[in-house]
Design a protein around this ligand. Structure first.
Ligand code: ATP
Length: 736
């Protein structure tokens, strides 16, 4: 027999998830514990005959082979479960690693556990839950998400609730059970609690603690906690209730910055960040003085609390003053004022905040608004002039400011990937989604700019902790699959800041290396080019080889000491002025891409051609790298030959290849290239083709041989015009 079970003191989400699991596979027996919360108990009493649930007592005899646990990872063992190994867990609480990992286990981050089971029901058009079942599951979602109002509510909960209403979920019926008034006992407890209510400030948060001895009141108090939280609206509320076994704690918070779930997990309980409960066991509860016991519990809770409350967000106003130019600060002030008047939160996000915290100079920043960037742009340009370029499909605008600079204004957005390595699909969203779409925690930091919030750091993904720990850390284990360019980015930040890849991130990278093969050549080329702007590009090349990223681009890519030495010489070389006339327009590109050209040209020509195809390099770049590769293989030999042979060889290659090569090749070869640039390439005979026609030579192979030979003689023997004539006459005589 297979069974479905859930936690003690079952609520609607527990029952809703058991019911949904049963609908998905009716061969499993759905069991509810005897202890249920009041709301669920009265619903089940009213609809018992129409519900499929068993209790341990009514469960038919038979051996239990497989167990499915929903909505908890903390289950009291029933004697009939002893020895059963085949256990699957479906839960929406953080994974606690209590049960062995199995493929069938599901831990999803939805407001209610029922939600992700309902999502699976939605894939089965043949299943019609009908009014009572749909209402029970709906109550599961409503109760756990505070009627879809808690911060933990996700769009998925709302979609699942909408589907249940379509399936007959009855809101009138639901209201009768979910929003019940408090019982007399609960009201009595509430009064007692209010009498002892005290408020404390812990890490900048207001925490209200109330205590009551309820040993004589047998009712559940989560409804009371809700009621008090709504009435008092503190950042955190803790009820300390003297019960027969000790002090029961019921905790509610109105902010994710207080993690009651984590606190209760170390206090014999558990739950979510914002709603959790636990127990301080007290053996002498029967005989002890309740007031003293409760006061001791309060001391204990107050001592533990700071660890679970994030300290107040640092303010970066001072760092901004130091790290930004007066022009940047002036611009930020304009945005701050405009956004405040529009009542729109605005932020600087990502690299700029990371750099401010690291005391690195800030080069550039964009503005992200938790609203409509286009509206913000229109207001800014109406007030301060300039031109606005709109990109409504991306919810962004570029404000071209009268001072000649420009600023990107971006609406906070979520991104999703249709398939691995695809470009993301964008939708307007809140700041949390905007931060969650980013690559690494250190790039998710944001600073708010509008009004009284000016300078406040927003750190929703633990970016500050990782920045302080010098870690490059992905936001989720799918990150490199979604976008394998992040592997190249991870290396860039790791090398630039001398940070480390966090252990899980490194593991994910190693496991997901093959994703690089799905990237287009342009995207890889873009990432490789960015390495060239780093202070030590070679460290990045060496690291992508070491991590196995480079081999996914081309199996021949490797890194050697000689390659390193080339890069160091290139970086230290002085750019001689005589190059300016030759490649002045392209010198920039050479300096920007040189390290990459040098590395890629170290490979045999065949590999270089394959790399050009894989990376979809611009044709000109490909020719330059091929030229460099030829210089590396052939020039050491050719350099020992005559000026004409050297000139004819060098002439065939792009000037950028010569320039780049001259920056890291041996001095002797460099001197020859200099000679070629300054002198040899300008040496041509005074005789032209026309002169030869006058001398009776027909255009064709003979003329070409004569002219080439004459140029070689000019280069090698430094002929004057008379000697050129002699050379020609002699050659024609010899039948050349
Ligand atoms: P740099 O100092 O090299 O410019 P940056 O962090 O400013 O680094 P950008 O490439 O300018 O990097 O990107 C700006 C921000 O956009 C990043 O800080 C990051 O939050 C986000 N971002 C950029 N590329 C990705 C990506 N591939 N995946 C997820 N987020 C990204």
């Amino acid at each position: 027999m297979d069974i479905i079970i859930t936690h003690e003191q079952a609520d609607f989400d527990a029952a809703g998830s058991v019911l949904a699991a049963w609908l998905l596979d009716p061969s499993r027996m759905p069991i509810l514990p005897k202890k249920r919360n009041r709301n669920l108990a009265s619903f089940i009493d009213d609809y018992k005959s129409r519900l499929p649930f068993f209790t341990w007592k009514t469960l038919p005899k038979g051996t239990i082979r497989r167990i499915l646990i929903t909505d908890t990872q903390n289950i009291a063992l029933h004697e009939r479960m002893e020895g059963v190994k085949d256990i699957i867990v479906w839960d929406h609480h953080p994974h606690r690693h209590i049960f062995p990992d199995r493929e069938e286990n599901i831990y999803e981050n939805t407001g209610a556990c029922t939600t992700f089971l309902v999502e699976r029901l939605m894939d089965h058009p043949e299943i019609h839950p009908g009014r009572i079942f749909a209402t029970l599951m709906l109550m599961g979602i409503y109760e756990d998400t505070g009627s879809l109002t808690y911060g933990t509510t996700t769009a998925r909960d709302i979609r699942a609730a909408a589907w249940l209403v379509e399936q007959g979920g009855d809101l009138d019926l639901m209201r009768r059970y979910v929003l019940q008034p408090m019982t007399d006992h609960q009201q009595q407890g509430c009064e007692l609690l209010l009498q002892t209510l005290e408020s404390y400030e812990v890490n900048g948060k207001q925490i209200s603690i109330a205590m009551a001895d309820i040993r004589e009141i047998s009712d559940e108090f989560s409804a009371v906690a809700h009621h008090l939280r709504d009435m008092l609206n503190p950042d955190g509320l803790i009820l300390l209730l003297g019960v027969k076994t000790g002090v029961r704690m019921i905790c509610r918070s109105t902010t994710d910055e207080i993690d009651f779930g984590a606190m209760m997990r170390v206090m014999n309980g558990g739950g979510h960040t914002r709603a959790a409960s636990g127990l301080i066991p007290v053996e002498y509860m029967e005989t002890g003085n309740a007031a003293d016991i409760l006061s001791d519990a309060r001391e204990k809770v107050l001592r533990a609390l700071p660890e679970y409350i994030k300290p107040p967000a640092p303010n970066l106003a001072d760092k901004m003053k130091k790290g930004m130019s007066p022009e940047q600060l002036k611009l930020i002030r304009l945005i701050d004022e405009t956004a405040e008047q529009l009542d729109t939160p605005v932020y600087i996000v990502g690299g700029v905040v990371r750099d401010l915290l690291l005391d690195h100079p800030v080069m550039d920043f964009d503005i992200v608004t938790e609203g409509d960037a286009i509206r913000l742009g229109k207001e800014l340009s109406a007030r301060y002039g300039g031109r606005l370029v709109l990109h409504p499909q991306f919810f962004t605008a570029k404000w071209e400011i009268p001072n000649g600079t420009s600023l990107d204004l971006i609406s906070a957005r979520s991104e999703s990937y249709e398939y691995p390595a695809a470009l993301p699909t964008v939708a307007m969203s809140g700041m949390k989604d905007d931060l969650m779409r980013r690559d690494f925690t250190i790039n998710t930091l944001a600073v708010r700019l509008d009004g009284e919030h000016y300078g406040k750091l927003l750190d929703l993904c633990g970016g500050l902790t990782d920045l302080e720990a010098h870690l490059i850390h992905t936001l989720h284990k799918q990150s490199f699959i979604d976008d394998p360019t992040r592997m190249f980015r991870a290396v860039r930040f790791e090398q630039r800041f001398d940070f480390e890849l966090e252990a899980d991130t490194l593991r994910q990278l190693r496991e997901q290396l093959e994703g690089v093969q799905l990237l287009t050549g342009q995207r890889i080329w873009h990432e490789l080019r960015l390495y060239c702007a780093e202070p030590y590009p070679e460290n990045n090349f060496a690291r992508i080889v070491q991590l196995g990223i480079a081999a996914q681009v081309h199996s021949a890519l490797c890194w050697t000491d000689e390659m390193e030495a080339d890069q160091v010489r290139f970086r230290d070389a002085k750019r001689a002025a005589y190059w300016n006339d030759v490649i002045s327009a392209d010198l920039d590109t050479t300096d920007r891409e040189g390290p990459l050209w040098i590395w890629l040209s170290s490979f045999p020509l065949k590999t270089v051609i394959e790399l050009g195809e894989r990376l979809l390099m611009p044709k000109k770049t490909q020719r330059i790298i091929e030229g460099l590769s030829q210089l590396r293989t052939d020039f050491p030999l050719i350099s020992r030959k005559s000026p004409s042979q050297i000139t004819f060889f060098l002439e065939k290659l792009p000037a950028e290849s010569l320039y780049c090569y001259s920056l890291f090749c041996p001095e002797s070869e460099k001197a020859l290239i200099k000679n070629y640039i300054l002198k040899w390439r300008h040496i041509h005979p005074t005789f032209t083709g026309e002169d030869l026609i006058e001398m009776g030579i027909e255009p064709g192979p003979q003329m070409r041989t004569l002219l080439t030979g004459l140029r070689a003689a000019c280069l090698d023997l430094d002929l004057n015009p008379e000697e050129e004539t002699e050379w020609l006459e002699m050659s024609i005589e010899k039948g050349l």
